[in-house]
Design a protein around this ligand. Sequence first.
Ligand code: AP5
Ligand code: ZN
Length: 214
Amino acid sequence: KRLILVGPPGSGKGTQSPIIKDEFCLCHLATGDMLRAAVAAKTPLGIKAKEAMDKGELVSDDLVVGIIDEAIKKPSCQKGFILDGFPRTVAQAEKLDAMLENQGNKIDKVLNFEIADPVLEERITGRWIHPASGRSYHTKFAPPKTPGVDDVTGEPLIQRKDDNAAVLKSRLDAFHAQTEPVINYYNNKNLVAHLHAEKPPSDVTAEVRNALKS
Ligand code: AP5
Ligand code: ZN
């Protein structure tokens, strides 16, 4: 299957992705994770992306389309993939359609993580991540066994630079202005499954499984 996960910051895309990935043997392509890795490694892409990311604004379409174009051609992604955080503008969605059409493929389902804005601040400010694996924790909702330490590797957890109330506001503005039209774009193609993303993680997982049955 070829899936898209769309939803505001903190809606649970990155939390559900590893579960879907394992159950359906798909590759997980998260543009945010790839961009953060590029910023950390100070690659030319990272240097170009950093300023927009720190402000909570979207990185230019050309940069992210380039990353995805390269990633979906990889042999490991031929059976299917989860796009987490892409496309985020209608222009990105149109480019993705064109890329897939060239390969004779198409999107099977768009999972829309629906949740009200006020819930998101607590989720974002309490999040701690293990940068190497992308695993995320939450001080209240999904605490690690030892505070500040990854359960699997024992390595330290960090907070994302954009995970504060002020930058969250810009990220939400970008979501409403630029990404909500993407949901309409796929609604018109009858591809969207709506999830109640405010529910506990296991309930959301059940809704995801249900949506992927059909
Ligand atoms: P990106 O990394 O994609 O961030 P985002 O969309 O803001 O999404 P998040 O990662 O914050 O949320 P999530 O839904 O994954 O939440 P999670 O599951 O971790 O993008 C970052 C930046 O990169 C952008 O601002 C932009 O600059 C740039 N960028 C990326 N893609 C781009 C693109 N295509 N075009 C242009 N620019 C792009 O959950 C959050 C927390 O809540 C965790 O602590 C988790 O444990 C907890 N939690 C999760 N689910 C639940 C639940 N059901 N109940 C309680 N707690 C929960
Ligand atoms: Zn994420």
